[in-house]
Design a protein around this ligand. Structure first.
Ligand code: ASC
Length: 151
């Protein structure tokens, strides 16, 4: 019984250790995955933006939920930029794969600012949320400027 239980645990450990590329069946799947994650992240980040900009009334509980989801999403896209995933309909620029240190730094900056936005949302203080929202948006934009094709 105990041994049988260990098998799925061992498999899960193995899956986590596999190269990110191996977690997607096809390169196109990685593209779809990261685009889906950015879509969800932008939707929830945007809802906070609407409150910050006064387009919708501030709702502290909603902002907290949106920030939590956006923070979760912020952690996901970067395993989906493995070698060989610069394929198909992508807004990703090729320098993602040639300037990886800079791309990772930009990604980490966004994640750090998003985590601060999440902490600010938990306070329920709109001024703190506004400040953190601005810093997070700047981190999104900085990465887009360097690594996303112009729309
Ligand atoms: C958003 C969104 C982005 C960022 C970026 C910030 O709401 O969808 O991609 O903010 O525009 O400059």
């Amino acid at each position: 019984m105990k041994r049988l239980l260990l098998i799925p645990i061992a498999l899960a450990g193995l899956a986590a250790a596999l190269p990110a590329a191996a977690q997607f069946q096809k390169p196109e799947d990685a593209v779809k995955y990261r685009q889906a994650v950015y879509t969800v992240m932008a939707a929830h980040f945007g809802r906070i933006g609407a409150m910050v900009n006064g387009r919708v009334p501030f709702d502290a509980a909603a902002a907290q939920t949106d920030a939590e989801i956006a923070t979760m999403m912020s952690k996901l896209p970067f395993t989906a930029f493995g070698q060989g995933t610069n394929v198909g309909k992508t807004g990703a620029k090729p320098n993602i794969w040639t300037d990886q240190a800079k791309f990772t730094a930009a990604a980490t900056k966004m994640q750090d600012e998003m985590a601060k936005l999440n902490a600010a949302a938990k306070t329920g203080n709109l001024e703190q949320i506004k400040t953190a929202f601005g810093a997070t948006g700047a981190a999104c934009k900085a990465c887009h400027d360097d690594f996303r094709k112009k729309l």
